[in-house]
Write a protein that binds this ligand. Sequence first.
Ligand code: SF4
Length: 325
Amino acid sequence: MGRGAGKPPGFEPGYRSLLATGELQRRAARLEAMLERCELCPRRCQVDRRRELGCCFTGVEPIVASWGPHTGEEAPISGSNGSGTIFLANCNLRCAFCQNADISQRPADHIGHTSGAADLAAAMLQLEAEGCHNLNWVSPTHQVPALVRALALAAANGLSLPIVYNTNGYDSVAVLEQLDGVVDIYMPDLKYSDELAAQELSGIAGYPAAARSAIAEMFRQVGDSWDLAPDGALRRGLLVRVLILPGGLAGVAETLRWLSEGLSPLVTVSLMSQYRPCHRAGRVAGHPELRRTINRDEHLGARLALERFNKSPHTLVQGFSGLQA
Ligand code: SF4
């Protein structure tokens, strides 16, 4: 892979013009100021993260679990050269079925593993040099200030890959407003349409309303159309991930109805069937269905709802076997 091989030709991500005016650095400073009374996500812990930790167990410095080219995302994200993935450690949710619990749910494992902004910026530049199509911030919500600070450093050194904001959806609209023009591709989960399911399975209050508000802000920024590079890699747009859970726990049809009627039928969806019982999924009281994968009827029901509510030409459906169809 040659240097910059995956970079979309003729494309300049929004943050480059923000860098030129000094606005990117001001955004980083505004986000860093929010750490003093943290409301970076809707948990609103209101702790001073310079001195104490909130529900995400993360202070000021970034904690990166791993980074590198990744080919396992949706095809328009991974492209042919891979997505430049940066996995941030810890999380603001407590999903019982988390597939990355070793990264997201074991804060003790990450104590003392902080990076500086300069190291993070160097990783971003290395991913670009390796030919990745984008920089994919995985679980960025609680570490946004450090990411934007590092981005400003990397951009000053020539970085020009689009940014993917790959989130669980439990994001603050005020924070997202600071990312307007910084992020090119929003890739949120919309995990639940039911409040009780969110509380029981992810330990969170108000998820459906908060995630819908967040995704509405992402939609305001990038709309429902996609900007694709000639090689098919996405360089600007919104991709909403909807994971089918056993027993209808995700409320997929209601989620798809809201996306269509609340935003637009042309919002692109990635309908995912890959649920498997991970982490604490087998021990959630009252939900034995979480101990199995989804069945054929659950997959068909979700696909029929997608056909009814979604009209995006880019929408992706993961087949029942777990293969992209
Ligand atoms: S980012 Fe962390 S500390 Fe801040 S409100 Fe969310 S969970 Fe709490």
